[in-house]
Design a protein around this ligand. Structure first.
Ligand SMILES: Cc1cc2nc3c(=O)[nH]c(=O)nc-3n(C[C@H](O)[C@H](O)[C@H](O)COP(=O)(O)OP(=O)(O)OC[C@H]3O[C@@H](n4cnc5c(N)ncnc54)[C@H](O)[C@@H]3O)c2cc1C
Length: 433
């Protein structure tokens, strides 16, 4: 790549020779008929495909590009319970005490279920549960983190604790923070290898996966649905939409309910092991209390720092986000001043108007989406739940079933307001709000 600096514009994860998603793509054309058609071959779609194929259904998965083209092989690989942005108190105000706790508990379940899935299926995706340190960028953020931590310990029995600034060097080689919280049960993984594992398991179970099959339209009703691509028509009893941040405008009902936001990641050049230990003494995942989030971690091979955050533009503009992330990384770690960024890439996540993922059915079409930037555990979990719903299995029930999936009047799926929101959050970050 040319410009003021040179970097490879592709996810670092894809340089792992074990990542071969193309080898699972069917060479022929999709069949005209199947029990279930799944749109989108990311964690959600493949997790659903695996469950359905193992239950004996004929399953066709269509991706507009190729499996893993979306977020699932591009993400930062941080695994946590991904609690609702409103927090327990906000959820209580919105849905009442019992429901709020149930939603939070299910978030924990989604993370734990991914860990046991990876173990049971022996998926080699370099999952390590070393915890996460979240730094407070302002002294008052430390106090508010401490209040959240106390609630999480008391109400959910979570293994989380505060670390004061005086002890923070045991967690991170940075002076930027005013202490922070450690979430001991969080983990990190190599995201593209998790995708590869799901692809392999779903294919072995009998699901047929097709690339370059962009779905343009879904019509009919449950039991007799028609899915159309540019050149094909497929009939299926059930359809699952699993397109998350990549949901196209022609799937209008879904797109109007999602706010696509670009998230970007960089990987440094290789660093000596002692430097990585200095940056992250316990090799944990990291994040902080900035409104425009930053997330970072040592790479799974322990040789690089992976550093991610929100891009300002919905377009893939690495000349904007790579310098932005590099500068943020150097603010946190001044010792990386002369370290080069070697990889820079991005993907599109899907936010929702109520900050919650949504799982359900509309006009006979099932869906799971809207993970609000935290979908590693959730997508695999809700993909499976959606498959169980298709099977009519009561285990498919989730705490999110009765949350209405709302859009806003006049919103057509183009988030024109995001540049203003981003500027506002950047201002609030500068002010320490
Ligand atoms: C840069 C980045 C960093 C992230 N970091 C983290 C993290 O550290 N931790 C975390 O928990 N989450 C993270 N996430 C979020 C997480 O990766 C996603 O929530 C999750 O992967 C969503 O999976 P999915 O299967 O629902 O969607 P995706 O993986 O996005 O898959 C959707 C698929 O649908 C396909 N598609 C779209 N339209 C059509 C169509 N018309 N026809 C057929 N196919 C179509 C796309 O090609 C795509 O492959 C990150 C995301 C990004 C982009």
């Amino acid at each position: 790549m040319t410009g003021s600096e040179t970097f490879i514009h592709q996810p670092f994860w894809w340089s792992d020779s074990r990542f071969q998603p193309g080898s699972f793509v069917q060479p022929d054309l999709p069949p005209k008929k199947s029990d279930v058609v799944i749109i989108g071959a990311g964690y959600t779609g493949l997790s659903a495909a695996l469950t359905l194929a193992r239950a004996g259904r004929s399953v066709v998965v269509l991706d507009a590009e190729r499996p893993g083209w979306g977020c699932s092989a591009r993400n930062g690989g941080l695994l946590g319970p991904s609690f609702h942005k409103l927090g327990l108190k906000g959820l209580e105000r919105a849905y009442g005490k019992e429901k709020a706790r149930a939603i939070m508990r299910e978030s924990l379940d989604s993370m734990r279920s991914l860990v046991s899935f990876v173990e049971k299926e022996k998926i080699d995706c370099e999952l390590v549960m070393r915890g996460r340190f979240r730094g407070a960028v302002h002294p008052k953020h430390y106090d508010s983190l401490a209040r959240q931590v106390e609630i999480m310990q008391r109400e959910l029995g979570l293994n989380v604790h505060m670390v004061p600034k005086s002890e923070q060097h045991y967690e991170i080689g940075s002076d930027l923070y005013h202490g922070g919280a450690v979430y001991e049960d969080d983990g990190t993984l190599q995201p593209a290898l998790l995708l590869q594992g799901l692809l392999q398991k779903a294919t072995e179970a009998g699901a047929k996966i097709y690339g370059e099959q962009a779905v343009q339209d879904i019509s009919g009703s449950e039991g007799k649905l028609e899915v159309r691509t540019k050149s094909h028509s497929l009939m299926a009893r059930n359809v699952i939409v699993a397109t998350n941040g990549y949901t196209p405008k022609n799937l209008k009902w879904f797109r109007r309910r999602l706010i696509p936001i670009r998230s970007a990641v960089t990987a440094t050049e290789e660093l000596p092991p002692e430097k990585i230990r200095e940056l992250s003494p316990k090799l944990r995942g990291h994040g902080d209390t900035h409104r425009l989030v930053f997330y970072y971690r040592p790479s799974a091979d322990g040789k690089r720092m992976i550093f991610g955050g929100r891009a300002k533009d919905l377009k893939d503009n690495p000349q904007e986000y790579v310098p932005y992330l590099r500068n943020a990384m150097r603010r946190i770690y001044p010792q990386l001043q002369s370290v080069r960024v070697e990889y820079g890439w991005s993907g599109v996540v899907a936010y929702t108007f109520d900050h919650a993922p949504h799982v359900g059915e509309v006009d006979g079409v099932h869906y799971a989406m809207g993970y609000c930037g935290s979908g590693v555990g959730r997508a695999v979990y809700f993909g499976r739940k959606t498959a169980l719903k298709v099977l009519g299995d009561p285990e498919g029930r989730t705490e999110l079933d009765d949350l209405p999936f709302k859009s806003r009047q006049l919103y057509n799926g183009s988030p024109w307001f995001m540049p203003f929101m981003i500027r506002w959050h950047a201002f609030a970050d500068r002010m320490g709000w």
